[in-house]
Write a protein that binds this ligand. Structure first.
Ligand SMILES: C[S@@+](CC[C@H](N)C(=O)[O-])C[C@H]1O[C@@H](n2cnc3c(N)ncnc32)[C@H](O)[C@@H]1O
Length: 490
């Protein structure tokens, strides 16, 4: 024992040197892979939750005793929902892409309608029932969809599958191969996923028509809390973000928001409708937030850092890939058209017009005739100047960066509707812990985030408003935005 103690200082010295070498090695690896900025993380613990909400959490089956296993279960559920989401995108791609077939595009929601209408009354009832595991006969699949699925399966099975140059096609070809058990024919797998996606779309778009508006909203909200995770994103989501930041700037002109977190920036990859393959996959939100902060004078070009977290590896890989480039060209196209019956508001049009002016140079964007009425432009961004974007895979429900990176601003749009109430509380708890005292949380879910959650977290609502994107007699298009400010010591 004595000898051991005598050798200990020496051993400690070697260990310390070894640790430093390891740390240096890790740092070099991290730098090489562009990961150096990712802070340390840990899973959420029961003690992190506001004690006032623990009794409510227990009603949701989260107790001190089962907490770790519940969090592990949520991790697994998120991974499963993320995979289901990738299958959703795959089916949207197969129905709409022009990169592997000359066949006419199939609009996914219309295909859902045709598929369900083609079922017998009994089949339809079983298929649409709440706990349905019923798979209709494959012969019921509409011919246009069947032909596309079949051609895609042939393309995947072609020997030199990986030489495809189209980014989306190459991704789905290799992704679907990895998901498939060898004994299952690819066409069978695609049909199972097609039927599942069609069931969701039919239920969302058509099944609730007889419900009152309030019941319909609750029904769709429930569907979202169960569905696969989508990465869809459009420019439009950032108009509300800009509006809230402009109001903040007017109220607090000296505020500085240089350390920013975006949760779920998304990637325009294979959207449910209007897949446009003229442009590669794009993520807009990191640029939109940087542009807004710089333009409003809320951030400093030399200090602004935008960190993005997402559960989807495809999103993270895309954002990390941008860091290797000195110049990025964004093709900006509004998701909605400006038409006489559904005109875009002047506020939204002027937002689109000034979008990106603090980041780069604009040029005209040529688009196919059906998009003539959409707002459009191309934006060339010099990434060596004023925008520093990093990205990391993090599940905001189950984990957090610790010690806190003290974000001045957290932006979360179109992510919370996917969370059940307990998941939302966990996410808000993690987010508040990662914010600086006096920092802001900005989201667009006026109805979804209850004051009973944010008050005990010291994250009260300081601003809420709705913004109008497009006017119409019957279907005006609104978004909402809410801003919370963290005061841990209130
Ligand atoms: C519908 S997209 C929204 C994209 C963008 N924020 C927008 O408003 O256009 C939702 C994004 O959130 C990500 N996401 C979902 N759950 C998440 C979680 N628990 N933690 C981090 N990201 C998540 C998804 O992978 C996806 O990229």
């Amino acid at each position: 024992m004595k000898d051991l103690w005598r050798t200990l200082p020496n051993w400690r010295h070697h260990a310390a040197v070894w640790c430093r070498l390891c740390a240096l090695g890790c740092l070099l690896c991290a730098l090489a892979y562009g990961q150096s900025e990712n802070p340390a993380r840990r899973p959420i613990a029961f003690a992190d939750l506001p004690s006032a909400l623990c009794p409510w959490l227990e009603t949701q089956q989260f107790t001190r005793e089962n907490f770790a296993s519940q969090i592990a279960a949520l991790q697994r559920q998120t991974a499963a929902r993320q995979q289901v989401g990738e299958f959703d995108h795959l089916i949207f791609f197969v129905l709409q892409s022009t990169r592997f077939t000359a066949r006419t595009k199939v609009e996914p929601a219309l295909s859902a309608y045709e598929f369900v209408q083609g079922l017998s009354k009994e089949e339809r009832a079983k298929f649409l029932a709440d706990d349905a595991n019923f798979l209709p006969p494959r012969a019921r699949m509409p011919e246009a969809a069947r032909a596309r699925l079949s051609e895609f399966a042939q393309v995947v099975q072609r020997k030199k599958a990986t030489v495809e140059t189209d980014e989306r096609l190459a991704y789905f070809q290799s992704w679907v191969q990895k998901q498939r058990a060898p004994e299952i024919a690819l066409e069978s797998l695609l049909f199972v996923e097609y039927a599942r996606v069609m069931r969701f779309l039919y239920r969302k778009e058509f099944a609730g028509r007889e419900l009152t508006p309030a019941d319909l909203a609750a029904y769709v909200a429930r569907l979202y809390q169960e569905r696969g995770h989508s990465t869809d994103t459009q420019i439009e989501a950032n108009f509300a973000v800009y509006t809230a930041l402009a109001a903040l700037r007017a109220a607090e002109p000296t505020t500085r928001l240089n350390n920013v977190l975006i949760v779920g920036p998304g990637l325009d990859f294979a959207p449910r409708t209007d897949l446009l393959e003229l442009f590669g996959p794009q993520s807009y939100q990191p640029f939109a937030v940087a542009d807004a902060l710089l333009g409003l004078g809320l951030a400093d070009a030399d200090r602004l850092r935008i960190h993005c977290v997402d559960i989807n590896e495809r999103v993270i890989t895309h954002l990390q890939g941008l860091r290797q480039r000195t110049e990025i060209t964004l093709a900006l196209l509004s998701g909605i058209a400006d038409t006489p019956t559904h005109p875009l508001t002047e506020d939204f049009k002027s937002y689109f017009k000034q979008f990106g002016r603090n980041l780069g140079k604009e040029t005209a964007l040529a688009v196919p005739a059906p998009y003539a009425a959409h707002l459009k432009k191309s934006l060339r961004i010099d990434t060596t100047r004023n925008v520093r974007i990093t990205a990391d895979r993090l599940n905001i429900i189950t984990e957090r960066y610790a010690p806190s990176p003290a974000y001045d601003l957290v932006v979360v749009t179109n992510v919370f509707p996917y969370f059940k109430p307990a998941e939302l509380l966990l996410a808000l708890t993690n987010l508040s812990a990662m914010m600086a005292e006096g920092g802001y949380l900005l989201h667009n879910e006026l109805q979804t985030v209850p004051s009973t959650f944010v008050t005990p977290l010291g994250l009260p609502l300081v601003q809420a408003r709705t913004v109008l994107l497009a006017d119409s007699q019957t279907t005006p298009l609104f978004d909402g935005v809410a801003l919370h400010r963290l005061h841990r010591r209130i």
